[in-house]
Design a protein. Structure first.
Length: 198
């Protein structure tokens, strides 16, 4: 059996469910909400490239290196984004949570916090992960702040790590949460989700 196995995770605000080809139209709506493909420092498909991106993710799942999900906004009953367990290392019980993007209208809402809470809880409490990584472009301050708000620590920066679609070189910030930190991170995320929003 593959590790990790596909799973659906349900919270108050979001449901995280395994990616399927029939999520295509919902994900097209996500990338169109804010023209996400114009963000030069990350790789988000144009509307006409969403099917190929779904097929790419499902192909990586078949090889055992990715478990892709869509994020459903429970209140609206529609797809709000995509995310994945990726760079899966079953032997060392490590995953990265990445390839994450949300519709502009879902950003700065409780959706991302609860999605990460569900994925982290499953990783540490069910899968027995020793560590969960997050990676982002050094210039993506919004993503870096969101990762740091989760309680992840910066492990380091991989310089000239990737060639971007526009030909620029990406320096990648690598963050992680380790198993011993999870109880504190979980308490912090529980508080984040309970506190009143301004």
């Amino acid at each position: 059996m593959s590790w990790p196995a596909p799973v659906t995770l349900r919270g108050a605000n979001v449901t995280v469910e395994p990616l399927r080809i029939d999520h295509h139209d919902g994900l097209v709506g996500v990338v169109e909400d804010g023209e996400l493909w114009n963000l030069w420092y990350t790789k988000i498909p144009r509307p006409d490239g969403v099917r190929a991106d779904i097929e790419r993710r499902l192909g990586l799942q078949a090889k055992g290196s990715m478990l892709p999900f869509v994020v459903i906004d429970n209140a609206r009953g529609r797809v709000a984004g995509a995310t994945s367990y990726m760079n899966i290392d079953a032997d060392n019980r490590r995953v990265e949570i990445g390839s994450t993007w949300y519709a502009a209208s879902a950003q700065r809402t409780p959706i991302n916090t609860e999605c990460k809470h569900l994925l982290l809880a499953h990783a540490f409490e069910t899968l027995g992960c020793l560590a969960v990584e997050f990676r982002t472009h050094v210039v993506n301050q919004q993503s870096r702040r969101a990762i740091e708000r989760l309680g992840a620590k910066l492990d380091g920066i991989l310089r000239n790590h990737m060639i971007q679609p526009n030909g620029t070189l990406r320096d990648t910030c690598v963050y992680s949460i380790i198993a011993s930190e999870w109880p504190t991170v979980r308490a912090h995320l529980d508080w984040q989700m309970r506190k009143p929003r301004a």
